[in-house]
Design a protein around this ligand. Structure first.
Ligand code: SAM
Length: 209
């Protein structure tokens, strides 16, 4: 618990002001989402390796992206691209009514699903596949969060964003280099863009690359 409190202090110092986000971070046991070798480091404010050369995102970035989604007036439905360990998914499921999440690597998909089921989340829908195509059956989404970097926002995801106040949070730039964590908002069908932070994410890989 002491480590968790230190992490919360660090997040506050770095500009995470939304109490609901801070509460979700303090509630979700990050140690359940990291590899056994990293359990002792679960509450460090850093990204850590998971299977298949992927990463569990840095808690600060998870908090920042989640805080951005809460700018929407009534966010209910969230689509996440890149389930990874499932940690960000758990934070989203704590705060929002329903979460749809897509992962392209089967072992990560299966493991995240098991971890989240064990923790008792029952408002998450999982899909194995290419997230750049979104999940059209359940669109539109109030929030779309992409946890891997793309050169530009995938067209299908833009189409699935709620035309009345939908928000997308997505790192834009070259893989494993400095990227712009970008907010795309959609109001009366029109898109507007702003940059929140500089980040480094693993690449978003479409099936047809
Ligand atoms: N938010 C996750 C967490 O906290 O554990 C971290 C996600 S990790 C940085 C990025 C994930 O995106 C990886 O698991 C990767 O396999 C996945 N990914 C990359 N391209 C994808 C795609 N086209 N569709 C779905 N998932 C994708």
């Amino acid at each position: 618990m002491a480590y968790r409190n230190l992490l919360l202090k660090d997040l506050k110092r770095n500009g995470i002001t939304n109490q609901a986000v801070l509460d979700a971070i303090s509630e979700v046991p990050r140690e359940k989402f990291v590899l056994p070798a990293y359990k002792k480091r679960a509450y460090e404010n850093t990204a850590l390796p998971i299977d298949k050369e992927q990463t569990i995102s840095q808690p600060f970035i998870v908090a920042l992206m989640t805080q951005a989604l809460l700018e929407h007036a009534h966010p209910h439905k969230i689509l996440e691209i890149g389930t990874g360990s499932g940690y960000q998914t758990a934070i989203l499921a704590t705060l929002f009514e329903e979460v749809w999440t897509i992962e392209r690597i089967e072992v990560l998909y299966t493991k995240a699903k098991q971890t989240l089921a064990k923790l008792g989340y029952n408002n998450i829908h999982y899909k194995l596949g290419d997230g750049t195509l979104g999940w059209n059956e359940h669109a539109p989404y109030d929030g779309i969060i992409v946890t891997a970097a793309a050169l530009s926002p995938p067209r299908k995801l833009l189409e699935q964003l709620n035309p009345e106040g939908g928000l997308m949070v997505i790192p834009i730039g070259r893989p494993n280099q400095v990227q712009e964590l970008t907010i795309i908002s959609r109001n009366e069908g029109e898109f507007a863009k702003s940059v929140l932070e500089l980040v480094t994410f693993v690449p978003l890989i479409p099936d047809h690359h």
